[in-house]
Ligand binder design. Structure first.
Ligand code: CA
Length: 224
């Protein structure tokens, strides 16, 4: 496992690299956002530890540019203690986790291990339930008698339902996951997408139904 550290405080960067090397990780440190971005895009890293406050290209810009270039390497952002709102901004721009400076070594290593595990997870290609198969890369929903393309939000709603087969998914879960925690979306917006999906299920002659549990949420059910 190879870790890239992008941090302009040279002593901190070197101390981090030292800690990681003691844990048998390979670690490289660079001190500017521009260098960091070039290294990160080289594709040889499994994790990037990225400081927010960097001269020139800052941490947010680095992670945004990585994601724009389709680089999915997990990013752990470092923020100073008085930049709490920065954490949110960091996750918004595509970082995977954040840590507040100063931090203790144990916390750093725990987060590195967690992100390393996530990196190793098998990426699911499809989700299925009853006679339905949802292809995650193409947003294609297939039934026994054909298939249909789902719009972005329909896809996200159905994906969440399929990830909890037979279980109740609440409206607030759907809103948080599909529209985002701070969105102004109304309940009937959710209902609209559920109704689009029901139309598509019936178009596919699927035996899967989206059941409404009043004031609670939704659940998938497959009839025999
Ligand atoms: Ca800094």
């Amino acid at each position: 496992m190879r870790i890239l550290i992008i941090e302009d405080e040279v002593r901190l960067a070197e101390a981090l690299a030292q800690i990681l090397r003691q844990q048998k990780y390979a670690a490289d440190a660079v001190y500017t956002g521009e260098d960091g971005l070039a290294y990160a895009l080289s594709g040889q890293y499994d994790l990037v530890i990225l400081d927010v406050m960097l001269p020139g290209l800052n941490g947010y810009e680095v992670v945004q540019k990585m994601r724009l270039q389709k680089n999915a390497t997990p990013v752990l952002m470092l923020t100073a203690k008085d930049e709490i709102s920065d954490k949110v901004a960091g996750l918004d721009c595509g970082a995977d986790d954040y840590m507040t400076k100063p931090f203790v070594t144990e916390e750093l290593l725990a987060r590195v291990r967690a992100l390393a595990r996530r990196q190793g997870e098998v990426v699911l290609e499809q989700l299925s339930f009853g006679d339905l198969v949802l292809h995650l890369s193409t947003h294609e929903l297939a039934g026994e008698k054909g298939s249909i393309h789902l719009g972005y939000k329909e896809f996200e709603v159905l994906k969440l339902l399929l990830s909890h087969p037979g279980m109740v998914v609440t409206k607030s879960m759907l809103i948080a996951k599909v529209w985002g925690m701070d969105s102004e979306v109304e309940d009937n917006n959710v209902e609209a997408y559920i109704s689009f999906l029901r139309k598509k299920l019936s178009f596919l002659h699927s035996r899967v139904e989206i059941i409404t549990l009043r004031k609670v949420g939704y659940r998938l059910e497959a009839s025999k």
